[in-house]
Ligand binder design. Sequence first.
Ligand code: PMV
Length: 360
Amino acid sequence: MKADIDMFRGAYKIPSELQGEVTWQSPSNIALVKYWGKYNGQIPMNPSVSFTLSESKTKTTLKFRPKQKKSVQYDFFFEGKKAPEFGQKALSFLEKATPFLPFISELDFEIHTSNTFPHSSGIASSASGMSALSLCLMSIEQKCNPTISPDFFYQKSSFLSRIGSGSACRSVFGSVVEWGVLDGLSESNDLYALPIQDVHPVFRDYQDTILLVDEGSKAVSSTVGHSLMNRHPYRETRKIQAGKNAKSILEVLRQGDLESFVQLVEQEALTLHALMMMSHPYFILMKPNTLKIIQQLWAFREQSGVPLCFTLDAGANVHVMYPGNDKETVMSWIKSDIVEYCQNENYICDHVGKGPKKLT
Ligand code: PMV
């Protein structure tokens, strides 16, 4: 399907006394097939597929009232304190969203946000943060136009999240989510993500223990990272590979094929890092402990027969993924053999989740 940007331009009358507050909680997500590289307007270079997480979430309250002054008036609070450095990102997002949400220029805002995970953990908060804010904005649109359907509500929330941070568009839906035009998946498109319904029960309860190897801030911002693909020597090969892998992973998720899941997910993680090592300028984002964990994981898989695997974001932390049934075995291995490789022995227990929740 060719999704049309014009379907997201708001054409409705803005009530004169538009005032109130709304709160959404939205999760982060972890890509199985990675989005890496983009065109103008946050259009992905390749399709991607992710698990929505359950425990790593952002809660955002958006307070709004009719505009008092002509200039943009908004205040941004992170974990109860004024945070202009984060606010700058929110402001730039609101500006980009205004053509699709005309009420933005009629209102003053106060944004209160907090994460369930520590800010310094190296967990990207852009997916959970941008999706939570987009869902809040859509709740305001719903007040202006109560006739919008639930499908449209979530599609447009995903569309807006994408403008804020590409991968955020996948956080609007639960469990397994696809984003980007994919051959053979008729509703797939580049403008918003698609929840995948046909998923084997083993993956509905998949576990993701995030080993915090490096709690510092990101060495390479995703903006810089994506731009490395513009003139990458393997650009075209990567596009083809990602398309094939996205197709394969959806089949693997449907069938519950754990062996192929392990192979595909690890290949994608290592491809992401290999692409970065081969770009100009080049980066190594793994740390020595990232490699130690991967080697230990492979040895443990061989010896125990547990089908666990790893994936990586654009950083040094390791996501260890495994079926819910193996939780006890894997957690006791992590506690006895692995936690020493984590900074401050820190890790986060997460699992596949159902998606965002409206709180007020
Ligand atoms: O959404 P961004 O621009 O932060 O990019 C995310 C990129 C990866 O996390 C490396 C991969 C992905 O698909 O989430």
